[in-house]
Design a protein around this ligand. Structure first.
Ligand SMILES: Nc1nc2c(c(=O)[nH]1)N[C@H]1C(S)=C(S)[C@@H](COP(=O)(O)O)O[C@H]1N2
Ligand SMILES: [Mo]
Length: 332
């Protein structure tokens, strides 16, 4: 087995079994190996693996969800993980209430089986997928993404899922399909705030086709090695790491392909505040607050420094070209 070294993803042909320690024991091998230039990259890869192996721990609360760590560029950040207890108790899921603690308290009523996701609109192969079948459509990957809420806080979460592109390819979109829309379940019997007037239900979000096809856009079924807890959008949600959190719709029942840019729940509620793109951008303030910095959940002690928000949430290298030539102040 070869290790993938460096950001460029080239294989340098170094066996992954060679750990820096093993190499140390043989100085000649070490020197030869250093001369190839692969040493630094392999050391970094080794250190990353070690760090990550220790990092992601299953909380043991829900069913395990097997996955291999993603090799997609940018898919695994080295930042310290947010603790599971924070990621699963500080949530936005307005169907269950508007306080951060409401989803964890109320979402136990959500019934995630049976669950069907309907794929419809401008595709050659529309269809309905039982969640069990959807989960088998492609190999599960673990990805460690930063997720930044438009409210000015962020988390680092190990998600489990596969690229949305895999499902899109199966559906065979028509040439006229330019956008993808995601609709959340809207069941007033199990979702106490559906019916309230905070938002237009169902919760709706959307992406341009190239954004939806981007390898970082994850159809997500789990986190921390387990299936998603209800409050995080079980049994299936989307995660789009370079956009504000509200683009990542939870508990999806419909994926629709369209020619026109779809209406989205937050854009309908306040168009001047929430645009269709909503790319994380420290240079474009929300009308009511700055977006230049963020608070990392779990670091909110007295001496915790605010972090600088990064362009595209730090994923500029991977997604910047999707927006080449666009005025990002106008297309907020
Ligand atoms: N259906 C639905 N999806 C939603 C929301 C919501 O209220 N309803 N909130 C969004 C917002 S504002 C954020 S920040 C993220 C939060 O995801 P998390 O709770 O898993 O961290 O979910 C997004 N997806
Ligand atoms: Mo958010």
């Amino acid at each position: 087995m070869l290790i993938r070294t460096g950001r460029d993803g080239h294989d340098h042909g170094v066996p992954s079994e060679i750990t820096p320690r093993a190499v140390h024991e043989d100085r000649r091998t070490l020197l030869k190996w250093m001369a190839t230039g692969a040493a630094g990259a392999a050391l970094a890869t080794w250190a990353q693996r070690e760090a990550l192996a220790q990092q992601v721990q299953r909380p043991g609360k829900l069913a395990a969800l097997q996955a291999v760590r993603s090799t997609v560029p940018g898919a695994v950040t080295m930042e310290k993980l947010t603790e599971y207890k924070d990621a699963a108790s500080y949530n936005n899921f307005y169907e269950f209430g508007t306080d951060k603690s409401d989803p964890a308290e109320n979402a136990h009523t959500l019934k995630t089986r049976p669950w069907v996701v309907e794929v419809e609109g401008l595709v050659k192969k529309p269809g309905k997928f039982a969640i069990e079948d959807l989960m088998k459509l492609a190999p599960m990957e673990e990805r460690i993404y930063r997720l930044r809420c438009v409210e000015g806080w962020s988390m680092v979460i190990p998600w489990v899922g596969y690229p949305l592109a895999k499902l899109i390819e199966k559906a065979e979109p028509l040439g006229s399909a330019k956008f993808v829309e995601f609709l959340t379940l809207a069941d007033p019997k199990t979702m106490p705030f559906v019916g309230s007037r905070v938002l237009d239900w169902p919760y709706a979000e959307g992406l341009r086709m190239d954004e939806a096809m981007h390898p970082l856009t994850l159809l997500t079924f789990g986190m921390y090695g387990e299936v998603l807890p209800n409050q995080n959008g079980a049994p299936v949600r989307i995660v789009v790491p370079w956009k504000y959190g509200f683009k990542s719709a939870k508990s999806i029942v419909k994926i629709r392909f369209s020619e026109q840019m779809p209406h989205t729940a937050w854009n309908k509620a306040a168009a001047q505040e929430y645009g269709f793109y909503s790319n994380v951008n420290p240079n474009v303030d929300h009308p009511r607050w700055s977006q230049a910095t963020e608070r990392r959940i779990g670091e909110d002690g007295l001496f915790a420094k605010k972090r600088k928000t990064l362009m595209f949430n730090g994923y500029e290298q991977q997604v910047g070209q999707l927006y080449a030539g666009m005025d990002l102040k106008k297309n907020y």
